[in-house]
Write a protein that binds this ligand. Structure first.
Ligand SMILES: Cc1cc2nc3c(=O)[nH]c(=O)nc-3n(C[C@H](O)[C@H](O)[C@H](O)COP(=O)(O)OP(=O)(O)OC[C@H]3O[C@@H](n4cnc5c(N)ncnc54)[C@H](O)[C@@H]3O)c2cc1C
Length: 500
């Protein structure tokens, strides 16, 4: 085959995966990333001698038996040599006044813990754990996208997933909040109801828990930065080209065909194919000048209630103490809320002592104190920034978060220092993500599941990839859509796709 040139916009996990799969199929690839490092939302950086991990809390597909593992292996992200940390305690919830329970990765232990905490809910707890067990058998189809499947593929997927379909479709339409009403215990109810954002769907919650209980969710050693570095190495070993600090300003279109891109500064790069892995809204509105409307996105852009985003405000602290005995993820509920437009009572302390390869100066470790939110949190910070009060407010909020942390760990008074503060404005600047999101549209119980086919009607030789085109976002959709983009291009060009 004559080598066709593909320009891939965005060097996150999806861009790297797209580029790797295309190189494996003989394409001449150029990956363009606006930041000074690749990785996008999957990133880590250093402050005051400490490594701060900016992403992986848990990765789906770490179990070598899982179909998703194949994708991680093919793209170099995981291999038998990469250690994976499996948490016994996924997280611990702490509602104050001794009301606390742990979400164990061992499902029997989790069931026993919940029944001991809320005996009045024994029946409902057993039913819930049975549902988690059922979800352990459900895997997102990662073989190829539906739009390029032939009749045999469709039959195969229909047969393997028909039993799952009932559970997936039913629980997708139930919100965690509504489901929580099956429980009498107010704390168990709060745990389920307050998972993620308002109206989060039960299916996604079960999907997450079932991957943890089936040993298919873990944290690769070295964290996010090391995972991306392995993918970059794999891409380089295949002879792929990358340009960092290459901000794409426009996708060039001639007669309804994408013909390349123009970088900030005016440099033009021609290509036979253009793949954009940048957030869908940025691609459509900024890179394509709002010239195309894609139905799948239009109604999502219009409706922030059904299609909210997910974002964080985080204070990162350096702790001069051994925290290895503290929970990795400690979720507390406070009576005095953190106010970021709306009131936030759920705060998470994430303690990075579990991985000794994560750098921190002698005797120190890193803890991240996080408040999660949606579009409202972004608009709050945006207004603060426009008013010129950003630095001052960041300092005040991080101080409040630290004070909350010290209430739970008073022995650390004088041993902690704030080393970084991350807000939705950080994510917006770094990723061009809609409303400071780092994870695509949240799949609510009233929203439709997103599975965009990568194409824009009326625009040839262009493919969308990345977390914004597949439901809920996250690293698995990023790598899957990268593979799918390469498969769609190969199919169109008559190239037999190979993944190894
Ligand atoms: C705090 C945090 C925790 C997370 N935890 C998890 C987790 O535990 N598990 C999980 O699965 N996922 C997690 N995620 C989500 C995960 O990081 C993302 O879903 C995933 O990295 C998205 O990859 P992507 O390549 O699709 O998009 P992105 O990472 O957004 O990549 C897009 C890239 O495009 C670049 N770009 C944008 N505009 C331009 C332009 N005009 N020109 C050139 N380049 C451009 C951006 O700089 C970026 O590098 C987390 C994310 C964060 C921030």
């Amino acid at each position: 085959m004559e080598k066709k040139k593909v320009v891939i916009v965005g060097g996150g996990v999806s861009g790297l995966a797209t580029a790797i799969y295309l190189r494996l199929n003989g394409y001449d690839t150029l990956l363009l990333e606006k930041n000074h490092v690749a990785g996008g939302a999957c990133i880590g950086w250093e402050r005051k001698g400490c490594y701060i991990d900016g992403c992986i809390h848990w990765l789906i597909g770490v179990n070598p038996k899982s179909p998703m593992y194949k994708l991680w292996e093919q793209t170099g992200a995981l291999s038998p040599d990469v250690g994976v940390f499996y948490q016994d305690d996924f997280y611990t919830l702490d509602f104050g006044e001794g009301k606390s329970f742990t979400i164990w990765s061992d499902l029997n232990r989790l069931q026993a813990e919940l029944i001991a905490f809320a005996p009045e809910d024994e029946k409902a707890i057993k039913k819930f754990c049975k549902l988690i067990k059922r979800f352990e058998r459900i895997e997102a189809p990662s073989e190829k996208p539906v739009d390029i499947m032939n009749i045999l593929d469709l039959l195969k997927i229909g047969l393997t997933m028909c039993g799952d379909y009932y559970y997936v479709s039913k629980t997708s339409k139930i919100s965690c909040e509504d489901y929580s009403k099956n429980f009498k215990n107010p704390y168990v109810r709060r745990w389920i109801a307050e998972h993620m954002t308002a109206d989060y769907n039960l299916m996604s919650f079960l999907y997450m828990l079932s991957h943890v209980t089936s040993n298919n969710g873990g944290i690769p050693e070295g964290g996010s930065l090391a995972l991306v570095k392995r993918m970059e190495d794999k891409y380089a070993s295949l002879g792929g080209k990358t340009r960092l600090r290459a901000y794409v300003e426009r996708i060039d279109v001639e007669n309804g065909t994408a013909v390349g891109v123009t970088l900030k500064g005016g440099e033009k790069i021609s290509a036979d194919w253009v793949v954009s892995t940048t957030p869908a809204e940025h691609t459509l509105k900024d890179l394509l000048g709002d010239a195309y409307k894609v139905k799948d996105f239009e109604f999502r852009f219009e409706d922030r209630v059904k299609y909210p985003i997910y974002t964080y405000t985080t204070a990162v602290i350096k702790v001069n103490a051994d925290m290895s005995a503290a929970p990795l993820s400690h979720k507390v509920h406070v009576e005095d809320p953190v106010v970021l437009e709306t009131e936030h009572r759920g705060i998470t302390f994430r303690n990075y002592s579990y991985d000794k390869t994560l750098k921190a100066p002698d005797g120190n470790c890193v803890v991240q104190i996080t408040v999660a939110g949606n579009d409202d949190m972004y608009f709050y910070w945006k207004k603060i920034k426009e008013n010129g009060e950003y630095a001052e407010k960041k300092a005040a909020i991080s101080k409040q978060l630290l004070e909350i942390y010290l209430r739970y760990y008073p022995e650390l008074e004088g041993k902690v220092e704030i080393i970084d503060v991350i807000t939705p404005m950080t994510y917006e600047r770094y990723l061009n993500g809609r409303n400071g999101s780092f994870q695509g549209f949240v799949h609510t119980s009233k929203g439709k599941a997103l599975m965009q086919n990568g194409r824009i009607k009326g625009l040839k030789n262009f493919i969308f990839s990345g977390q914004w085109v597949l439901r809920s976002g996250g690293l698995p959709p990023a790598v899957m859509t990268g593979k799918f983009a390469a498969q769609r291009i190969c199919k169109k060009d008559g190239v037999k796709f190979r993944a190894e």
